[in-house]
Design a protein around this ligand. Structure first.
Ligand SMILES: Cc1ncc(COP(=O)(O)O)c(C=O)c1O
Ligand SMILES: N[C@@H](CCOP(=O)(O)O)C(=O)O
Length: 548
C-alpha cells in the first residue's frame, strides 16, 4: 500500500476477500491489513474482521511444518503479498519467535489421561500474549520504517499505542515495543488489581517510549478509556492511535496458528489413537474472548474441532450468555450469583467485577465477543436467501443494535433462538469458582506433579468437566495461558501445605529474581478519559523533545 494516512477503501484487486476487512458495525469495508493493524478500532467503534474466512482444503499438508513455516502459511491467507512481500513476512515471523525459550514455541504436553496442555508461556513475559505481541511489535516496526523512509522530524509517522491491561497484555506489549522507533506505548492497568510480578514486569521497563498508567478503577474502566480515546477524533488523528489489545485483528490472527500447531503436535504424539482428521476439543480460559476466537477462526478454516470450551472464572458474563442467551454486565437470572453477590469469599466490587484468583480474567465485558456475534448474525441473516451484501449489512445492523443496548441498558438479549443454537453448536461454557481453581491446582500437583497457574487451572477444570461429557475418544487440548510464577499468591495458597513444595525452588524462573529491586516508573491517573488524554499528549510531547 502506498504511504499516507490510514483511510478507507484502498485494498485493491490484489487482495482476496480474506485479505480485505470490514467493521462489525457496518461502516468500514474494503480495508487492507496494514490499515486495520494501524487503526486498531474501526471509525464506527466496531472491530475489524476479514470479509471472508478462507476454507483451507489442504490444511493437512501443514502437519510437519515448523511453527514459523506454519505461521507463514496461515498468515499469508490474510495478508496480501502486495502489502507485505512473502520474504518480508517470513522474516517478521521468524524474528518474532526467536525470542521464545522453546524451539517449538508452543509445546504440547500430555497432562493427564486425554487432557493435554498447550503451554503458551515460553515467550519473554511468560504469558500467551507474547505469541501475538512479539509479532505485532515487529509488524508495527515494519510498517513504520516503510512509511518513514526519507522523512525527518514531525513529518515522521509516529504511532501512539494505547492499551488496557489486567496484567499480561501490558507486559507483553511493552516487551514487544520497548525501544522501537516512532512508537510510544501507554499501558493502562487497574491500580492494585494486577499481581505483584505483573506490575513489576511492566513498571521496571524504563525505555523512554514506555509509559505505565495506574488507573484508579477496574480493567473495564481502562478498556473504556482506551475506546473513548479511539472515538475522539482530536487525539486519534493528531496522535495516530494504535491498539495492542485483542481489538487489534493482528492479535487474533497470530493466535490462530497455535490451534493448528497443537493439533498436529497431538497427532505426532499419539499416533495410535489420534489421526489427522479426528476431532479435538479445546478448553480456553477466557476473559476478553480473543484467545478462543482465534480458535474459532482455525476451525472455520478447516480444523476439525468437536467443541470449544469457554472457561470463565466468577466473572461469568460469557458463561451466562451460553446458558441463557442474555449478555448482561450484571446477572439478572436465579443462582447464587444474582446481583453479583460474593461467593466462596470472593470480593465483589460495587461495579460488579469480582476480584478472583485469576485476575487477568476479571472482566465484565468481553470485547471480542462482538466479532463472534457478527458471524452469528451473518449466518442468521444468510438463511433469509438474500444476497451477500444484504447479509453483511444486516449483520452489521444487528451487532450495532446489540452493542447499543449493552452500552445504554447494560445488556441485551435473549438473542434469537437460531443465533443461540448456532453459538452452542460450536461452543460450550463452564464457570469455575476460586475454590475449584485452588482444588484443581492442588489435585494436579498431587496427581502428576505439575504446577498450574490459576487461569490455566480454570481451563483444566472446565476441560475435566467437558471430558466427562465428551467421552474418552475425544482428546482435549487445554490452553495454558500463563506461567505459575506470575501468580505466586494463588499458587502458594493452593500448595503451601503440600509436602516438599517450595515456590522459589519449584516455580520461580531466574528471570523474575530481583525484579522487585529494580527502579520503577508508573504514573497514577484518575478514571477519566479526558485526564488520560492530556497525560498522553504531554508525555508524547516530552518523549519527542528528548528524541529530536
Ligand atoms: C493468563 C491469562 N489467561 C486468560 C486470559 C483470557 O484471555 P482472553 O482475554 O483472550 O479471553 C488472559 C487475558 O486476556 C490472561 O492474561
Ligand atoms: N487479560 C488481559 C486483558 C486484556 O485483554 P486483551 O487480550 O484484549 O489484550 C490482560 O492480561 O491484560
Amino acid at each position: 500500500m502506498a504511504d499516507g494516512a490510514v483511510t478507507n477503501g484502498s485494498a485493491d484487486q490484489t487482495h482476496t476477500a480474506s485479505q480485505r476487512y470490514l467493521s462489525t458495525r457496518g461502516d468500514d469495508s474494503g480495508m487492507s491489513f496494514e490499515q486495520v493493524v494501524l487503526k486498531g478500532l474501526a471509525s464506527d467503534g466496531g472491530l475489524y474482521i476479514p470479509e471472508e474466512i478462507p476454507t483451507v482444503t489442504n490444511w493437512q499438508d501443514w502437519k510437519d511444518l515448523s511453527y514459523v513455516d506454519l505461521a507463514f502459511n496461515v498468515l499469508s491467507l490474510y495478508i496480501s503479498p502486495s502489502e507485505i512481500p512473502p520474504e518480508d513476512l517470513k522474516d517478521i515471523i521468524r524474528r518474532s519467535y526467536t525470542t521464545f525459550r522453546s524451539d517449538e514455541v508452543t509445546p504440547l504436553i500430555q497432562l493427564q489421561g486425554n487432557i493435554h496442555l498447550l503451554e503458551l508461556f515460553h515467550g519473554p513475559t511468560f504469558a500467551f500474549k507474547d505469541v501475538a505481541l512479539q509479532f505485532l511489535g515487529n509488524l508495527f516496526e515494519y510498517f513504520l520504517v516503510r512509511r518513514n523512509e526519507g522523512k525527518t522530524g514531525r513529518d515522521r509517522y509516529h504511532l501512539t499505542v494505547v492499551g488496557a491491561t489486567s496484567g499480561d497484555t501490558g507486559s507483553a506489549a511493552i516487551y514487544g515495543l520497548r525501544g522501537k522507533k516512532d512508537v510510544s506505548v501507554f499501558m493502562l492497568h487497574p491500580k492494585g488489581r494486577v499481581s505483584p510480578i505483573q506490575e513489576l514486569q511492566m513498571t521496571t521497563v524504563l525505555d523512554a517510549n514506555v509509559h505505565n498508567l495506574a488507573v484508579t478503577g477496574n480493567f473495564d474502566n481502562c478498556q473504556d478509556i482506551v475506546k473513548a480515546l479511539f472515538a475522539d477524533p482530536d487525539i486519534n488523528s493528531s496522535h495516530k492511535l494504535g491498539a495492542v489489545n485483542s481489538i487489534n485483528w493482528a492479535r487474533i490472527l497470530a493466535q490462530t496458528v497455535y490451534y493448528f500447531y497443537s493439533y498436529f503436535s497431538l497427532a505426532r504424539q499419539q499416533p495410535d489413537t489420534f489421526k489427522i482428521g479426528d476431532k479435538v476439543r479445546f478448553s480456553v480460559p477466557s476473559g476478553n474472548f480473543g484467545d478462543i476466537l482465534a480458535g474459532y477462526f482455525a476451525h472455520r478454516m478447516g480444523l476439525p474441532v468437536d467443541k470449544f470450551v469457554i472457561a470463565t472464572n466468577e466473572n461469568d458474563i460469557l458463561d451466562r450468555f451460553w446458558k441463557t442467551g442474555r449478555y448482561e454486565k450484571k446477572p439478572t437470572y436465579g443462582s447464587a450469583a444474582a446481583g453479583g453477590l460474593p461467593e466462596d469469599g470472593v470480593k465483589a466490587h460495587e461495579d460488579g467485577v469480582k476480584e478472583t484468583l485469576s485476575p487477568a480474567m476479571d472482566i465484565l465485558v468481553s470485547s471480542n465477543f462482538e466479532r463472534l456475534l457478527w458471524f452469528l448474525a451473518y449466518e442468521f441473516a444468510s438463511s433469509a436467501g438474500m444476497d451477500d451484501e444484504w447479509n453483511k449489512k444486516q449483520a452489521g445492523q444487528e451487532v450495532s443494535s446489540w452493542l447499543r443496548d449493552l452500552k445504554v441498558k447494560g445488556g441485551f438479549g435473549p438473542v434469537y433462538k437460531d443465533v443461540l443454537e448456532a453459538a452452542r453448536r460450536t461452543f460450550e461454557s463452564e464457570r469455575v469458582s476460586d475454590q475449584e481453581t485452588l482444588d484443581t491446582i492442588r489435585s494436579l500437583y498431587r496427581e502428576v506433579g505439575y504446577v498450574l497457574d490459576p487461569h490455566t487451572a480454570v481451563g483444566v477444570e472446565a476441560a475435566r468437566r467437558s471430558a466427562a461429557r465428551a467421552g474418552a475418544h475425544v482428546p482435549i487440548i487445554s490452553l495454558s495461558t500463563a506461567h505459575p510464577a506470575k501468580f505466586a499468591g494463588a499458587v502458594t495458597l493452593a500448595l503451601k501445605d503440600e509436602e516438599g513444595f517450595e515456590f522459589d525452588a519449584k516455580v520461580l524462573p531466574p528471570e523474575f529474581v530481583g525484579l522487585d529491586q529494580k527502579e520503577k516508573r508508573v504514573r497514577e491517573v484518575e478514571n477519566d478519559w479526558t485526564v488520560v488524554r492530556e497525560v498522553v499528549k504531554t508525555e508524547v510531547e516530552e518523549e519527542l523533545k528528548g528524541e529530536r
